[in-house]
Ligand binder design. Sequence first.
Ligand code: ADP
Ligand code: MG
Length: 148
Amino acid sequence: MKILKTTVIESRSPQETFAFGRKLGKESLPGQVYTLVGDLGAGKTVLTQGFANGLGVKEPVNSPTFTILQIYEEGRLPFYHFDVYRIADIEEMEEIGYEDCFYGDGVCLVEWGNLIGEILPAKRHRITLEKDLEKGFDYRRITVEELG
Ligand code: ADP
Ligand code: MG
């Protein structure tokens, strides 16, 4: 795994994280896979909601707690939102047909992507969200790495 490019953004509110996600959604290309890495409450879903908005998805996007995958077709590209927090076995990914999503013409966002490292495509974007309480409760450092 190679890191081709690293970008660091500092967010100071949920709105800023949403806006950053929205920008990524606007710029996204068919076939891209983004993983979102960060603790509970880091802002993965907030960023995902912005991303969906940037793609033109109008319906509300929430963390699919009991379904691993939620598909939104109304935007500029098919949008596949995974949250693999509760996944027990990689087989569950196979059962839902993840390959058609990862290697299709849509865009994938995978919350907790680090839990399914073995099946992630080498070419992907990894977004890491971190708190830093010394900088305030609403501060998040967002690191985007282009892997290839
Ligand atoms: P995750 O999906 O990573 O578990 P969520 O996106 O569901 O996290 O929740 C993030 C929580 O943190 C929300 O309640 C949001 O309002 C709050 N928050 C505070 N500051 C920020 C920020 N800068 N970026 C994103 N969320 C923030
Ligand atoms: Mg979430």
